[in-house]
Write a protein of this length. Structure first.
Ligand code: UGA
Length: 439
């Protein structure tokens, strides 16, 4: 919304939320989320045509177009628990819109939702006395965290789904007009609502599938002494496959991939397509396998026991340039190491607050240390779990001198210079390649 306000000064954008603390934070210098470049965008538009408020009813009344961006987490109860999307917040919002509206509105699904949610929402919204018309559009978001502003400014595409009726198409054109302020028309795709809703789930499923594919290959590489980086390069240079999203890792995290695949799996089951459901479910299973496999590799290299050993974790966020730890693979890795009774020291430039909350159950078995040098001191091993740039440029000679010997680096992201680390005396265990160890 901040980017829309920045790019379209003649539109007034009001962001409403029932959470007063969040709204106050959006009005302050300390925004509630960290995203490179966001502060500048908000500051440019705030007070000009971008406003934040807790008055939801007034926001609804004033708006011609309402973007609904409430969360749609995986259901934890009842039918579809653990897989289906929980739509209670979306439905409540639709009912609020109906209650407070005093004119026709375009309602835009920004949240990621199961296919045919717009249909259900349209039925709720148009269930009133019929005085006002509501057109429901699907406009899924494809930005990735950490590169959000760039992704919004230069998206590969913008997708807008609408009904084929004249009213539906007119609503689609209204939304196209907003994006046309800065995005070439040929990158703005218009489709049916169902295609748009499904495309969002499928895009995330394809991206996650690529990671699970290369991670499954990393296991074959370790077994066969091939090198996953070389394989991924050779495969990715085929222009039909492409080089992006082929970095082997400890597994994907983030609030979306797992949730959206589970949602897709649930939809397949709902439509009586168990083979298709099974196919996509395997992407999540390989991801869990990869995390377990990594921990097994750590333990077996550390002489089959980590009991009482200090292990430094470099990076806890699910990816670099964010403090977000939702579904971060580091959570499972740390929990599994704690089960093996290691003493884990977690370090991260932005995510220590979230890490403390995620690992609260483990109490004093986990330490938190912002400074990577302090975290590594006295440890038997360093585990690189997030690809933060700073980890590439640390003084590893100094770190080695402070560690127990033999000292190990397990590079869960393959971002360090393995040869150089080995040359100064580290035992290096990457993902999907032969370890560089000394006798
Ligand atoms: C993802 C999609 O990339 C966005 O297009 C989508 O809009 C977003 O979900 C969403 O649905 O909201 P995000 O979760 O922010 O974005 O982050 P990604 O860059 O996709 O990374 C996801 C995970 O995959 C991270 O843990 C990352 O480290 C991992 N990853 C990524 C790999 O392990 N290997 C790779 O080659 C790439």
């Amino acid at each position: 919304m901040a980017v829309i306000a920045k790019q379209c000064p003649e539109y007034k954008v009001i962001v409403v939320d029932i959470n007063d603390d969040r709204i106050q934070a959006w009005k302050s210098d300390d925004l509630p989320i960290y995203e490179p470049g966001l502060q500048e965008v908000v500051e440019e538009a705030r007070g000009r045509n971008l406003f934040f408020s807790t008055d939801v009813a007034a926001g609804i009344q004033e708006a011609d177009i309402i973007f609904v961006s409430v969360n749609t987490p995986t259901k934890t109860f009842g039918k579809g628990a653990g897989r289906a999307a929980d739509l209670q917040y979306w439905e409540r919002t639709a009912r609020d819109i109906l209650k407070h509206s005093n004119g026709n509105k375009i309602v835009v699904e920004k949240s990621t939702v199961p296919v045919r949610t717009a249909e259900a929402m349209g039925r709720i919204l148009n269930s009133g006395a019929g005085a006002h018309r509501f057109e429901v559009l699907s406009n899924p978001e494809f930005l990735a965290e950490g590169t959000g502003i760039r992704d919004l400014m230069e998206p590969d595409r913008v997708l807008i789904g609408g009904q084929s009726t004249p009213e539906g198409q007119a609503a689609v054109e209204e939304l196209v007009r907003i994006y046309e302020h800065w995005i070439p028309r040929e990158r703005i795709l218009t489709t049916s609502v169902w295609s748009s809703e499904l495309s969002k789930l499928v895009a995330n499923a394809f991206l996650a599938q690529r990671i699970s594919s290369i991670n499954s290959v990393s296991a074959i590489c370790e077994a066969s002494q091939a090198d996953v980086t070389e394989v991924s390069r050779a495969v990715g240079m085929d222009s039909r496959i492409g080089p992006k999203f082929l970095n082997a890792s400890i597994g994907f995290g983030g609030s979306c991939f797992k949730k959206d695949i589970l949602d897709l799996v649930y939809l397949c089951e709902h439509y009586g397509l168990p083979e298709v459901a099974e196919y996509w479910a395997q992407v999540v299973r390989i991801n869990d396998y990869q995390k377990r496999r990594f921990v097994r590799r750590v333990v077996s290299n550390l002489f089959d026991t980590v009991v009482g050993k200090r292990i430094a974790v470099f990076g806890f966020a699910f990816k670099s340039n964010t403090g977000d730890t939702r579904e971060s693979p580091a959570i499972d890795v740390c929990k599994q190491l704690a089960e093996e009774r290691a003493r884990v020291v977690v370090s991260d430039p932005r995510a220590l607050g979230n890490a403390r909350a995620d690992l609260a159950d483990l109490g004093s078995q986990i330490e938190y240390e912002r400074d990577p040098y302090e975290a590594a001191a006295g440890s038997h091993a360093i585990l690189v779990l997030t690809e933060w740039e700073i980890y590439r440029t640390l003084d590893y000679k100094r770190i080695l001198a402070s560690m127990e010997k033999p000292a190990y680096v397990f590079d869960g992201r393959n971002i360090l210079d393995h040869e150089a680390l080995h040359a100064i005396g580290f035992n290096v265990v990457p993902i999907g390649k032969a370890p560089l160890t000394s006798l």
